[in-house]
Write a protein that binds this ligand. Structure first.
Ligand code: DGJ
Length: 764
């Protein structure tokens, strides 16, 4: 084909690659365009297009979602219909116009679509029929917040544009607003829905998804993050097949087991290239994320609060907001998808003074002492930590009364003065005098039997009167759906923290929620309890983080059971897993990085043999893995040999020197521990001047072959000085220079060096 022949789009020098109608007419380009004649919405920026239209019936038909397309007055060719016998027809005699076969934006139940819907409600007459049709729309600069819920945001109006489309079914008395925010610089679209009862009501919502997307084919693999306690967020991939495939949580928190995320990737999509759609829910409770493939190979993705155990009553004039779901498109492979999530979640979901600040190096006393400590022991550990360069001392579980093991104590939040004679204030001041900051563990959603809270407020515990609630880790869940409970805890925690120089809080949550019955809710409100619990949790986080804006919050739920975007809005980092073994952490951190930025992953060097699985790894390997996270130590530093102390001091110094790069650089996964005996990843500074590569060999191989890793994200035209690092991150081997192109194309030669065969297993 000759240049300029039909089919070739040639870009004239100095012109933008994509021309919109407005640009053709000379007006300001808008990333969200409405073409009135074809009633088509085109949400687009330089990398993504999302197109749908108002159909003749008033329903919203999905036309395209993917790589950016030039804007056109219409995209009607993408509206696929074919006459199909036996279909339910919207217009009598037109058997090509069936909601059963039309790809839709927010499908409902009973009005012709036979798939699982986005919205399912029961109206006052018992009907479940909902037929939502277009009323109006607005396009506004910026992004409105979602009342009471975490969400991505825009700092300047120019960063994002929001389309709101209003749909209504007057007979049902239901109005739905669909919100779509397109970020100007990112291939990311944030969506949520607001459902209102505009009739006599009440309307009962049984399913209200945040996002629905009908994709025209099913040639995808579904990627999900699965696991269990201490092996969270392993990467699992399976081809889509006809029928429903889903991940979910019914545990009251987002869970160790599945993360509120799924991706659909083309089978040839890998880390570095290929097409993938990511879907991530900004929510911390029960969720459902599913792909439903119909017999015509249309794939419907839905994501939102899990409909099981959910029933929300809307009275006249009331509205319900779903949580936000964020869709990301990448044609640069899985790394491209992850980097978009990292950038968006790190800079426009996380908030507060700690968002852009490098995180302090901490020592946490949990694996060092468990419950067996007193002030003297802690101060000895702290003195050693300080001597090694550590900045923050975190006092974990066990500092309050009746807490010598995990059978008692939760709920009263009174300092055990037998352990800390000067209280939290006295202890914190001693740390401060040493030059260390003070951090504190709390678990404010729980109560143990036998505490004052338990005895005085039995109705504040989630349970059904007359039925024994079931303990887990010997504890019970407080009813955060009851505003009185949230208010009480706010006041208790405020009083506890007030006047104490606390720099950091680790907020733990150590069980799944059972017995989700609220004594405060009444019969009609029980279906709302689990969502109201999460709203109460968010409210408490919001109040505490607003009252103590200088405190760095780290969320935690028996390790990583609530590692989700909702939590990141309040706490910019999260304890990634209770598994502190370096080799297990390779998988956990690799999987976590599919969605979450390195700065959000709490990662500690722990003792060996490792407390979760007895494995012995070198101090160097443990630090080399933990460096790629919010770095710290969680072992008895006083037990280190002189050589160990020297190594830790060097590691801390190295980390401090490079933490901005490690925590905020562009993170690339290079080699997967799920597929290989080696793992590798790297982080690159925004100016592409500096990069750090983590390269890990799991099991040694006798007489092994040669190995190179192809790096990524470098400037191909630059010369880089390559410094191999060994124990204590000290330079080892001869530095040399290599071109960015060479390192990315030919690869970094890793044969030999620190991976000499005599070093044993688990080296890096
Ligand atoms: C579970 C957390 O994940 C641990 O780090 C530790 O804080 C314990 N809870 C304390 O009970």
């Amino acid at each position: 084909m000759k240049a300029g022949a039909p089919g070739v789009f040639r870009q004239a020098p100095g012109f933008p690659a994509f021309l919109t109608d407005q640009q053709e007419k000379g007006s300001t380009p808008m990333p969200i365009v409405f073409h009135p004649q074809s009633r088509t919405f085109h949400l687009h920026n330089a990398s993504i297009s999302y197109i749908f239209k108002v159909l003749p019936s008033g329903h919203l038909g999905q036309l395209y979602c993917g790589k950016a397309l030039r804007d056109r007055p219409d995209f009607d060719r993408l509206f696929e219909t074919a006459p199909r016998s036996m279909s339910v027809c919207y217009f009598d005699g037109d058997d090509a116009y069936s909601l059963e076969h039309i790809k839709q934006e927010y499908p409902t139940c009973g009005a012709g679509d036979m798939h699982l819907p986005a919205l399912d409600a029961q109206m006052p007459d018992g009907s479940r029929l909902l037929d939502l049709r277009y009323q109006k729309h607005t396009v506004t600069p910026g992004k409105p917040p979602i009342e009471g819920l975490p969400a991505t945001y825009a700092e300047q109006d120019s960063e994002a544009t929001t389309l709101t489309v209003t749909l209504a079914d007057p007979l049902a008395g239901v109005t739905v607003k669909l919100f779509y925010t397109l970020f100007e610089q990112l291939p990311a679209l944030a969506r949520h829905a607001e459902i209102a009862c505009t009739g006599q009501g009440p309307v009962q919502l049984d399913r209200a998804m945040s996002l629905c997307l009908d994709l025209p084919d099913s040639g995808y693999e579904m990627v999900e993050l699965t696991g269990a306690w201490a092996r969270e967020r392993h990467v699992t991939t399976r081809p889509l097949a006809e029928g429903v495939q889903a991940v979910y949580s019914l545990r009251g928190h987002s869970s160790h087991h599945f993360n509120p995320f799924l991706a659909l990737k083309r089978p040839d999509c890998g880390e570095m290239a290929g097409e993938v759609y990511g879907f991530s829910l900004v929510y911390s409770g029960n969720f459902l994320a599913q792909a439903d493939v119909d017999p015509y190979h249309v794939t419907r993705v839905t994501m939102g609060i899990h409909p099981q155990n959910f029933r929300w009553t809307l009275r006249p004039g009331e509205t319900f907001s779903t949580p936000e779901a964020v869709m990301v498109y990448s044609d640069r492979g899985l790394n491209g998808m992850s980097q978009t999530y990292h950038q968006l979640y790190r800079t426009r979901l996380a908030r507060g003074v700690w968002r852009d600040k490098v995180r302090p190096v901490l020592v946490n006393n949990w694996e060092a002492t468990y419950f067996a400590f007193n002030e003297e022991k802690l101060l000895t550990l702290a003195a050693q930590a300080k001597a090694l360069g550590i900045e923050l001392f975190v006092l974990d579980d066990g500092w309050f009364t009746h807490r010598s093991n995990d059978h008692g104590g939760l709920g009263d939040w009174e300092v055990d003065t037998a352990k800390l004679p000067g209280g939290l204030k006295g202890f914190a001041e001693k740390l401060n005098a040493m030059g260390l900051q003070f951090g504190l563990w709390i678990e404010p959603e729980m109560v143990n039997a036998g505490t004052r809270m338990w005895d005085e407020h039995p109705d504040w515990v989630l349970h059904q009167p007359g039925r024994r609630p079931q303990p887990s880790r010997h504890q019970y869940v407080l009813d955060y759906s009851n505003p009185d409970v949230v208010d009480f805890l706010y006041r208790r925690l405020e009083a506890l923290l007030d006047g104490v120089p606390v720099s950091y809080i680790k907020w733990d949550m150590n069980r799944s929620i059972s017995d989700a019955f609220s004594c405060a809710a009444g019969p009609a409100g029980q279906g709302e309890v689990l969502h109201r619990y999460i709203l109460g949790l968010y409210r408490l986080y919001d109040r505490l983080t607003s009252r103590f804006p200088q405190i760095l919050f780290e969320s935690c739920a028996s390790g990583g059971a609530r590692f989700d975007p909702g939590m990141l809005y309040y706490a910019p980092q999260c304890w990634t897993s209770d598994d502190t073994d370096a080799v297990e952490r390779l998988k956990i951190q690799y999987g976590t990085s599919f969605v979450y930025p390195v700065s959000s992953m709490g990662a500690h060097v722990a003792a060996v043999p490792n407390h979760q699985l007895d494995r012995v790894t070198s101090l160097t390997t443990r630090a080399n893995v933990a460096f790629f996270g919010a770095f710290g130590y969680e072992l008895d530093l006083t037990q280190l040999s002189p050589r160990g102390q020297e190594l830790v001091a060097r590691q801390v110094e190295f980390f401090k020197q490079h933490r901005r790069l490690l925590q905020f650089g562009a993170f690339w996964r290079l080699q997967s521990p799920f597929a290989h005996n080696e793992a590798a990843w790297m982080t690159v500074s925004p100016d592409r001047e500096t990069a750090l590569v983590g390269d890990y060999l799991i099991l040694q191989q006798v007489n092994a072959g040669y190995r190179r890793i192809r790096l990524a994200g470098l400037d191909p035209s630059r010369l880089y000085r390559v410094t191999p690092l060994g124990s204590g991150a000290a330079p080892c081997g001869q530095p040399y220079t290599a071109g960015g192109d060479e390192l990315m194309q030919a690869g970094l030669v890793t044969t030999g060096g620190s991976q000499a065969q005599h070093e044993g297993d688990f080296v890096s």
